[in-house]
Design a protein around this ligand. Structure first.
Ligand code: ADE
Length: 225
């Protein structure tokens, strides 16, 4: 998979891709992430990328010319299976969206900034408008990092334990059950006995019952559909 990210502040998202699982996925050659500074396509001596919005609303909007130029230069090299725009007015991101995006080959992510991007860019290029939750970030960069992380870890070969993505919260519409590690007793606090019983079926049943109880308490909405 290849992910291209367009941003006015690429330095804001460099570090998540330079550590841990995302770094290893790139080293293994499973994924390539390329950051593009929109200012390289800015206009005039000052590399201007934004301007006041028509209609008088406060706040700056990213102009269409630099975005068209940047996107078209990338499209000249390859066809994108998805062109994502990160925005609080998008569709809310979830595990299901992560699963389907993880199957794609080429993804382009445009990070919103200020009051957003000119609507003509959205109309012309964008295939997925995604929000990562009902709150407003100061830019789309952190959202792009969140979306990329959720997608990349699902690609086969990225996680060492191939089964571990399958037992994540949400993968079966249930939150994950509690987990314990050694020691079996710590300061008088004991691990539930069933987990040290070695009885596979009983452990499975216990995990499922715990997951169901947590979901009922914390996220009953997940059980509705
Ligand atoms: N940009 C600002 N807030 C955002 C959000 N919640 N999701 C995606 N992009 C954003």
């Amino acid at each position: 998979m290849r992910i291209d990210i367009i941003s006015v502040l690429p330095e804001l998202i460099r570090s998540p891709f330079e550590a841990s699982i995302l770094k290893r996925a790139q080293q293994k050659g499973i994924v390539e992430v390329h950051l593009h500074n929109l200012k390289d396509f800015g206009m005039g001596k000052h590399r201007q990328v934004d301007d006041y919005s028509f209609g008088g609303n406060a706040g700056m909007v990213l102009r269409p010319e630099p975005l068209f130029a940047c996107i078209e230069s990338l499209q000249a090299e390859r066809t994108y299976d998805a062109i994502i725009y990160t925005t609080p007015d998008g569709r809310r991101f979830d595990q299901k969206s992560a699963n389907s995006l993880s199957l794609l080959e080429n993804i382009l992510i445009i990070c919103g900034h200020y009051k957003g991007i000119d609507q003509r860019v959205r109309d012309h290029f964008v295939t997925h408008e995604i929000s990562i939750g009902d709150y407003v970030l100061s830019g789309g960069e952190l959202a792009a990092a969140v979306i990329s992380d959720a997608i990349i870890r699902l690609i086969p070969g990225v996680l060492n334990d191939e089964t571990s993505a399958l037992t994540d919260s949400f993968q079966d519409n249930l939150l994950a059950p509690p987990v314990y590690t050694r020691p079996a007793e710590f300061r008088g606090l004991e691990v539930p006995e069933v987990l040290t019983s070695g009885h596979f079926q009983k452990i499975e049943d216990w995990n499922h019952a715990q997951a169901l109880q947590r979901t009922k308490e914390r996220r009953p909405d997940l059980l509705e559909d």
